[in-house]
Design a binder for this molecule. Sequence first.
Ligand code: NAP
Length: 295
Amino acid sequence: MLATKRIDGKARAERLLVDVAAAAASLKAEAGVVPGLCAVLVGDDPASRVYVRSKGRAAISAGIESFQETLPDTVSEAELLALIARLNADDRVDGILVQLPLPKHIDPQRVIDAIDPRKDVDGFHPQNTGHLWSGGKALVPCTPYGCLLLLREALPSLAGAEAIVLGRSNIVGKPMAALLLSENCTVTVAHSRSRDLPAILRRADILVAAVGRPQFVRGDWLKPGVVVIDVGVNRVEADGGKPKLVGDVAFAEAQGIAAAITPVPGGVGPMTIACLLENAVRCARYRRGDLDYPG
Ligand code: NAP
């Protein structure tokens, strides 16, 4: 039986954060610039508050200035757009992060479209999305970029691999497909209307699962030797009634079949925050005329 490797996202993220802190420090030393990241939080969703707080704490420890704008969930779309315009014009702010989801009366795409593409730390603005798909320089969405870094750890080369992305959201699935294509994988995107998912998934050398359903992908859907990146974060009740987090893949069933798999928690999650902060430093350089495709 295959010994399945656990891909340690926490350790990889810690290494990336060291690099991000060094990049922030050299920007300060060379140009006198401290990168600034502003999170915009609308309403008081407890999970969103926790995410924003942990992003803020991580920013500060990487030498990035952290700002937060909190608005009530009764705020109008026009008021939110006016705040985005102010942040676009604020020289202290290099990256603008609008925590999703937004209240139902606000169109998230209009808000994303209003962000200066050079301050689009999440990489969701159509200009960055377009550049990502056309192979240009872009700010890349943090979660799929973190997944790519983990895949590069697990595999010597991605070229030619059959990669299946399960899920087609704008945040994870679609940009993940674009990144894998740019790594010369053969990419299939599967979703809720795909026929015979187990048969599609059994083709995968690389599987990225971003479906948001607890342990949806079963062990017998996996090809022996597949590398699995599990993006899902699902809260379920464990024995004794205490909640616990599980991924979209049945982790225990993947043991002995997959070559490697990310755990939940401790896989993709820590990479997302580290990649967000890397993007914040890239935004600070981008506004000053310097943008590289992330290496
Ligand atoms: P999403 O917007 O809800 O998208 C889910 C995708 O899964 C959709 O494309 C949907 O297909 C597909 N899907 C749903 N049910 C399905 C089924 N029965 N069979 C096949 N496909 C199905 O979710 P998301 O924002 O991409 O997030 C996915 C998961 O990743 C969630 O658990 C989320 O919490 C997690 N996440 C984690 C991080 C992190 O940093 N760790 C970051 C972002 C997201 P349709 O398009 O056809 O509806």
